[in-house]
Design a protein around this ligand. Structure first.
Ligand code: AMP
Length: 216
């Protein structure tokens, strides 16, 4: 099963994708994570993407579809993929169709996480992750049980994304509204879209997504 999680920054796509990965053995393909890894490694893609990402703008369609194509050729994706943060433009949606078709695969669901935009800045600006295991936390909504110590792995180092600041978030929202939201009708016309309330409790959102995947 191949699914897309679609929604503005801070809607919870990454959180839900990690849960589905743990529950169902599907593979999360996050172009944001892949690009951050490329920036960190200083690869040619990373060098091109760095300033664009810092500004909250979109990296080129060719770059992101290129890295998705390479990733889809790895055998661990055969059981199913959760696209997280991709596609983000109509051109990427078309490129994804081609990439899947060339590999004899298809899209099963597009799940839209609908959220109250006013809450997003607060969600994003407060979030951080464990530097070691990647567990997600939030200044207000999810603090570690023991202050400064990761619940999962015990690490005491945490990190924040450089683009998770109020100013960049606004640009990312504008990009979402202008370029990403318009791809929903394309998938709606194909009967693929299901909407989930992304403002609900994290567990409830997971349950709602699982129900869609199980056809309930
Ligand atoms: P994310 O982690 O999904 O919020 O993505 C972080 C940043 O990476 C975005 O603000 C963009 O600059 C870039 N990015 C991630 N995915 C894409 C994509 N599919 N198309 C273009 N840019 C992307």
């Amino acid at each position: 099963m191949n699914i897309i999680l679609l929604g503005p920054p801070g809607a919870g796509k990454g959180t839900q994708a990690s849960r589905l990965m743990a529950d169902r053995g599907m593979v999360q393909l996050s172009t944001g994570d892949m690009l951050r890894a490329a920036v960190k490694s200083g690869s040619p893609v990373g060098l091109k993407a760095k300033s664009v990402m810092e500004a909250g703008e979109l990296v080129s369609d060719e770059i992101v579809s290129g890295i998705i194509g390479e990733r889809l050729d790895m055998s661990d994706t055969a059981n199913g993929v959760i696209f997280d943060g991709y596609p983000r433009t109509a051109a990427q949606a078309e490129q994804l169709d081609e990439l899947l078709e060339a590999r004899g695969r298809m899209l099963d669901h597009v799940i839209e996480l609908s959220v109250d935009e006013d809450a997003l800045v607060d969600r994003i600006v407060g979030r951080y992750t464990c530097a070691k295991c990647g567990e997600g936390y939030h200044d207000h909504y999810k603090q570690p049980k023991v202050a400064g110590v990761c619940d999962v792995c015990g690490s005491t180092e945490f990190k924040r994304r450089p683009d998770d600041n109020a100013e960049t978030v606004r640009t990312r929202m504008v990009e979402y509204r202008a370029k990403t939201a318009p791809i929903l009708p394309i998938y709606e016309a194909r009967g693929l879209v299901a909407r989930v309330d992304g403002m609900a409790d994290i567990d409830q959102v997971t349950q709602a997504i699982e129900a869609i995947l199980d056809g309930k």
